[in-house]
Structure formats: C-alpha cells, structure tokens
Design a protein around this ligand. Sequence first.
Ligand code: SF4
Length: 57
Amino acid sequence: MTSHGPSRIDLLRIRVKRALGLSVILCDSCKWNWRSACHRRERPHATWCPDYSKKGS
Ligand code: SF4
C-alpha cells in the first residue's frame, strides 16, 4: 500500500508546530529546493512532502 498524503501523525505534527509559531514549510530546509531539482507544485511552500530530504544529510 502506498501513501498519498500526510499521515495523521504528520498532520498532528504540523498543527503543533503551527500552534507553537514554528515554521511548517519544509522546502526551506530541503536539499531539493532548486527549480531544476524539484518539480513539485508544492514547492516552495510544502508542509508535507514524500521527497523531503534535510539539507546536509
Ligand atoms: S522535494 Fe518537497 S520539500 Fe523538497 S523542495 Fe521539493 S516540494 Fe519542497
């Protein structure tokens, strides 16, 4: 089975981060945050992304 969206845990994590005033945008810290590297429509404002990979990892 493949996942097509954020899990309930992911959604909860986003809500908690928003409530704490933390940034919920993933692209800012993603190593694919380049026009030529990422063609997702969500970029640069993705709050959930299956391709997210932290910069420097
Ligand atoms: S892979 Fe996902 S998180 Fe990374 S830049 Fe693209 S849309 Fe943003």
